[in-house]
Design a protein around this ligand. Structure first.
Ligand code: SF4
Length: 495
């Protein structure tokens, strides 16, 4: 497959490339834009014209620099073996293939896409969707031989993008509803996906009928269809094996698959809890579940929730900390569809443990929330700080409040006054003085002539031994990621 006639290069080496704001010519979709979507539609052979690119609205060269635009990106595919069941997985490959294009960035999926064209790519001639469409279709045909014909549509006209967006939402919903009829116990096998390993090398999704992939784009049906048509592709069958814990969702087959695909990095995975061995999180999750120790509850936030959540951290901040294929107890990337699952965090109490969620999310998954709990889950309109949340939960008699009382009774032994005063040793171990009230780690790795320079600082107020002693404190940073734009290999001659 050749791309010599294209103005920019194409290949896996561009997969991790980010187009940052300063380098961006224009962006499509993203947080500022409501109407954005990508879609695959299966067509009959005579319904489409092979390799045709249709642009509905202004093309790249006609757009104003620095602006964000509504966007639809639709691939229509046909072939003897192409069926509607495959639409979801063909669509998901859009993320991978778009990111092969030098100077074109694609993030997220479905109704949440965010694409950018860089100024450099535009200068090289990437000034039309004709090029992007042609490259994508060549990649699709090369990778998925079942696609005999395909055509692509790019929609930037605001009215058409709005209409297409509404239709796309209905199509996604119909796909997801199909998977809702099946339970994990009805099937003999689960499916895995490692498409995100280019960004998150130890990440492996375990997809079950009741646990939609965390990107929200691949159901058990989608993964099964994909594994069947593309056995060497990113999706594969996982034999369930023995069920070690039906509540937490631990299976020997899932453990073995995750261990193998993460190259030993992850050895166990519990599918339905955020504690102990939670599922790994890549970077594409639609939403995040996070534990709030002060109220012993779980909060949820989705990608579109702007600004800080109830724990003071924004979705993006938490996503940066837990993404990359990490298994982080107390934080879990999930799909919005999973919030509707009867097995949703069942080992943790499911919805009876959820204490806070954006109003938008509550409305979207209302049919999955037990009626008696709906008003007990706080939103941004009820509490934006942990103290306010505590008061709200007490007032509403949320089920977690009962646990506070039980725990307080169990944990309140009589302590003599003199013993209650912490010794220096005790203080050192107690969480309060060691707690990090604010952690600023604005370090950036800058490629420079001398190699990688770390710029920035680490400020950890509160991380001092009580009494200012001379004890050494070791700071261990786990899950640190270093992004390098280029790597130079230098050969040194002997002698
Ligand atoms: S999030 Fe999981 S299912 Fe979705 S593309 Fe990535 S690896 Fe595959």
């Amino acid at each position: 497959m050749s791309f010599e006639d294209m103005p920019v290069e194409v290949g896996v080496i561009y997969e991790g490339e980010r187009v940052r704001k300063a380098q961006m010519l224009v962006e499509f979709g993203g947080p500022k834009i409501e109407h954005k979507y990508e879609l695959c539609r299966a067509k009959k052979m005579d319904e489409i014209e092979d390799m045709k690119v249709i642009i509905e609205g202004p093309d790249i060269s006609e757009l104003e620099e620095g602006k964000s635009y509504p966007f639809g990106m639709v691939i229509e595919v046909a072939g003897e073996q192409v069926e509607e069941e495959l639409e979801g997985v063909i669509e998901r490959r859009m993320h991978e293939f778009c990111n092969y294009i030098q100077g074109f960035m694609h993030l997220n999926q479905r109704y949440d896409i965010w694409c950018r064209v860089s100024k450099d790519a535009f200068k090289k001639g990437l000034n039309s969707f004709q090029y992007i469409g042609t490259i994508l279709m060549r990649l699709y045909k090369a990778e998925l031989s079942i696609i005999e014909k395909c055509q692509m549509r790019f929609i930037t006209d605001p009215k058409k993008a709005e209409q297409g967006y509404e239709e796309a939402l209905q199509i996604y919903e119909a796909r997801d509803a199909r998977a809702r009829a099946l339970s994990d116990d009805d099937v003999e096998e689960f499916y895995g996906c490692v498409l995100c390993q280019s960004f998150a090398p130890s990440h492996c999704c375990v997809i079950t009928p009741q646990r939609m992939a965390l990107c929200g784009a691949i159901s058990w049906f989608d993964a099964r269809a994909s594994a069947r048509i593309d056995p060497k592709g990113p999706n594969f069958k996982i034999e369930k094996g023995e069920c070690l814990d039906p509540i937490k969702g631990e299976y020997t087959g899932a453990n073995e698959a995750v261990k193998e695909k993460s190259l030993g990095e992850v050895e166990r995975v519990y599918l339905h809890t955020i504690f102990e061995y939670p599922h790994t999180s890549c970077g594409c999750f639609e939403a995040i579940a996070f534990y709030i120790p002060e109220v012993d509850g779980i909060a949820l936030a989705h990608r579109d929730f702007r600004g800080p959540t109830v724990n003071g951290l924004a979705f993006s901040t938490m996503a940066t900390s837990v993404g990359g294929g990490l298994q982080t107890e107390g934080f879990l990337g999930i799909s919005i569809e999973y919030m509707r699952s009867p097995k949703f965090l069942q080992a943790d109490g499911g919805w009876s443990r959820v204490v806070w969620a954006p109003a938008d999310i509550k409305e979207r998954v209302k049919d999955g929330i037990p009626e008696e709990l709906f008003d007990k889950v706080a939103t941004e309109n009820d509490a934006m700080a942990v103290e306010d949340l505590e008061a709200f939960l007490k007032e509403k008699q949320h089920p977690v409040v009962e646990k506070w009382v039980e725990e307080a009774i169990e944990e309140a032994p009589e302590i003599p006054a003199e013993a209650a005063a912490p010794t220096p040793e005790m203080q050192y171990k107690m969480p309060q003085p060691m707690q990090v009230p604010q952690m600023n780690v604005p370090i950036t790795a800058m490629p420079g002539m001398g190699g990688i320079q770390l710029q920035g600082f680490i400020s950890l107020p509160g991380l001092v031994p009580p009494g200012g002693g001379e004890d050494k404190i070791t700071l261990v940073l786990k899950g640190v990621k270093i992004f390098a734009e280029k790597a130079y290999i230098k050969r040194e001659k002997k002698g």
